[in-house]
Design a protein around this ligand. Structure first.
Ligand code: PLP
Length: 417
């Protein structure tokens, strides 16, 4: 088979493919693997019941059933849902926007693919621009999303020590150089993998930089406000005509619905709509219809605040307690302050083996985590890249504690080598 440059790039080994494969295979074998690797949202029974009730109502209505399965939406996405999302965001935050500021994508992953390649890569004037990540570690799903090479540039963060065995990444603005080769800034907030939440002050500073350089600031709110609100610290969402805010229904509990929501200025939405038409004809209608009522009556905020956020917050607290219980105080382990999302990010300073080797050893012990080195797109050499692992804490408490006990044993052995 002879492949084009595109075909070659997108079929060669990619971090996200090996991760998803690994997770899928581990789940398929089901032989006592302790799964602390994936980003699948938990199945919260009360939340699932809300979806189930809504689906029953859709099935009982001929009109809604036809909209669910038998109608192409416009390339911008389901009209009524978009209208309601605009009204919802206005009510919640007072943002001055209309339906012309919103487009839907088949999952936010597809949204990032389109946005990144709109703002970075090769330009008609012969220049090449990159997506700049103000902090790495950053979401593994960005890494291979560029149509050309040399697509990301990232800055090492500052590290603050916030409590015994805890740290927090901060944007190092002194090292954040933006020039003509920067196409857009992008950060996930909360951050996958670290659970960091950029402070309001950091976001304001990034916003100022974006405006000064007339480039977009893309904020990935997959875990953020207003839904699913997996934020355990104080953080306000911000939006203006330079911001592109990407939300998704996935972490609310609807990853199979593949519904991403992009909120941006009209020019960006128009461009995205055009790309959507070419790539997909229309986005999926399923998520829009399931979430429609929840957005219309604001109950999506209540569900997030009263059911989803507390569920994950309890899990985060429990997982951190397990770390303190099982890891040796004398070892230089550090966990990122869990400020959001569904992961703990463990930093094993000066670990004698690489994080990939630790991942392999843990896999032998039937514990699946993710090696941290995948999460540093745009950063070449830095020992820290090979000293971290990401652990998902969404499983039941007994399993999480078993997993962490085994991780602690393997870490202890590795430091003793
Ligand atoms: N952004 C972040 C930070 C994520 O963790 C994920 C999924 O794990 C996504 C985006 C993509 O989500 P989806 O394509 O399901 O909307």
């Amino acid at each position: 088979m002879k492949l084009s440059t595109f075909g070659t790039k997108f079929t060669t080994h990619s971090g996200i493919l090996s991760l998803m494969d690994d997770l899928g295979n581990a789940l398929a074998t089901e032989d006592e693997m302790i799964m602390m690797g994936g980003g699948n949202p938990a199945h919260i029974p009360e939340v699932e019941e809300v979806f189930r009730t809504r689906l029953r109502r859709i099935l009982d209505s001929q009109n809604e059933f036809t909209r669910l399965v038998g109608t192409y939406d416009p390339p911008q996405g389901e009209k009524e849902f978009i209208h309601e999302v605009a009204a919802f965001l206005k009510r919640q935050f007072g943002w001055q926007l209309s339906a012309r500021n919103i487009a839907l994508t088949n999952g936010s992953q597809a949204g990032f693919f389109m946005l990144f390649n709109m703002f970075a890569g090769d330009f008609n004037d012969g220049t090449h621009k990159r997506i700049q990540l103000p902090i790495a570690p950053e979401y593994i799903g960005y890494t291979d999303a560029g149509l050309s090479e040399n697509f990301f540039i990232a800055s090492r963060p500052d590290i603050d020590y916030t409590a015994p065995h805890q740290f927090k990444y901060r944007v190092n603005f002194a090292n954040l150089t933006i020039d003509d080769s920067t196409g857009a800034l992008c950060a996930s907030r909360p951050t996958n993998p670290s659970g960091n939440v950029l402070t309001d002050e950091e976001v304001s500073q990034l916003d100022t930089l974006a405006r000064t350089h007339d480039i977009p600031l893309i904020i990935d709110g997959a875990y953020g406000t207003p839904f699913p609100n997996l934020i355990y610290t104080d953080a306000q969402p911000q939006w203006n005509s330079h911001t592109i805010l990407c939300l998704t229904l996935s972490k609310l509990g609807l990853p199979a619905a593949r519904t991403g929501i992009v909120i941006a200025n009209e020019e960006v939405i128009k461009a995205l709509t055009g790309i959507n038409a070419i790539m997909n004809l229309a986005p999926n209608s399923f998520g829009s219809l399931v979430a429609l009522d929840m957005v219309r009556d604001d109950s999506i905020v209540d569900i997030s605040k009263s059911l989803i956020r507390p569920y994950y917050k309890d899990k985060a607290d429990f997982a951190v307690q397990c770390l303190y219980r099982h890891m040796d105080d004398s070892l230089p382990w550090q966990v990122h302050k869990p400020e959001g999302a569904m992961f703990l990010w463990l930093w094993l300073k000066d670990l004698p083996i690489s994080s990939l080797e630790l991942y392999e050893r843990l896999k032998q012990r039937r514990v699946l985590v993710v090696s941290g080195h995948y999460f540093f797109p745009g950063i070449d050499e830095w020992r820290h890249k090979h000293e971290c692992i990401r652990m998902t804490f969404t499983r039941d408490n007994t399993t999480v504690e078993q997993g962490i006990a085994i991780i602690a044993e393997e870490v202890r052995k590795a430091y003793a080598e």
